[in-house]
Design a protein around this ligand. Structure first.
Ligand code: CAA
Length: 257
């Protein structure tokens, strides 16, 4: 049985993916991660989809990698499986991916949310990297992404103790963009996705690429990358349409070309 529910067209241009292993608080076993990454790559190449939203359920976005599945693995098993290498496919997605987080986002669940471009959190969300409590450390980006997002001192505190932190804390530290009441988090994420999906899609992808480069490149290189993308957008019909529509005081019609 599939542990991932996919709904295309939930809003115009928006695909919704729901992690669906409620009995395990959406623990990310290898089959689920394979299905998730394959589906995201497929939707990334689907012209009907412009933005993707990833969610879990009220109780958990995801409570981490599946501890039961990996508990008896050896280091050689881990090296040969190289299970986290699949997660790099999420990093390479061209289209925006929004996480709608309610309840637990722990370990690999927190890392998965941080791999998304935007996090919208319910007031019930609890984040954390509790791997230290089971004898390991974050393995899917937590030591790097959490540190970049909330700073070294806080990242050390939470990674070395495994303590959880709240949606409000995550918001005040810049890890999530917004915290909303539990009944609104998914709607809020879907509305945001629909708004982004109504923008010119090539410009959206170029903007996403450029923002992500801020984490990879020096300021000089990042500015250079941004400038090249800006100039390149003048090759699109949508740039001509957007600027002409502004001058003609009418709404633009995007072609995605
Ligand atoms: N893996 C496998 N099963 C998990 C799981 C996980 N990460 N998290 C929860 N579950 C299972 C529980 O074993 C339990 O199953 P059973 O009913 O069969 O016993 C079920 O989900 C419900 O969980 P609890 O009964 O524990 O629920 P709770 O409300 O008492 O506690 C919790 C909730 C605090 C989230 C607790 O489940 C917990 O601490 N989970 C583990 C969190 C964790 O350590 N995550 C990191 C995993 S390692 C990792 O992610 C590595 C990486 O960097 C990628």
């Amino acid at each position: 049985m599939s542990h991932l529910l996919v709904e295309k067209g939930v809003k115009p241009g928006v695909a919704l993916l729901r992690l669906n292993r409620p009995e395990s608080l959406n623990a990310l076993n290898r089959a689920l991660v394979a299905e998730l990454t394959d589906t995201l790559v497929r939707l990334d190449n689907d012209p009907e989809v412009r933005v993707m939203v990833l969610t879990g359920d009220e109780r958990a976005f995801a409570a981490g990698a599946d501890i039961k599945e990996m508990a008896e693995d050896s280091a050689v098993d881990m090296l040969l499986l190289d299970q986290f290498q699949r997660w790099d496919q999420i990093k390479r997605l061209k289209k925006p991916l929004i996480a709608a987080v309610s309840g637990y986002a722990l370990g690999g669940g927190c890392e998965l949310a941080m791999l998304c471009d935007i996090i919208i959190a319910s007031e019930t969300a609890q984040f954390g990297q509790p791997e230290i409590k089971i004898g390991v450390i974050p393995g899917a980006g937590g030591t790097q992404r959490l540190t970049r997002a909330i700073g070294k001192s806080r990242a050390m505190e939470y990674i070395l103790t495994g303590r959880f932190f709240s949606a409000k804390q995550a918001e005040s530290w810049g890890l999530v963009s917004r915290v909303v009441p539990p009944e609104l988090y998914l709607e809020e994420a879907l509305n945001l996705a629909a708004e982004i999906a109504s923008m010119p899609p090539i410009a959206v992808q170029m903007a996403k690429q450029a923002v992500n480069k801020a984490y990879e490149l020096s300021l000089e290189e990042g500015l250079h990358f941004e400038r090249k993308n800006f100039y390149l957008l003048f090759a699109t019909n949508d740039q001509k349409e957007g600027m002409r529509a502004f001058m003609e005081k009418r709404p633009p019609t995007w072609q995605g070309k």
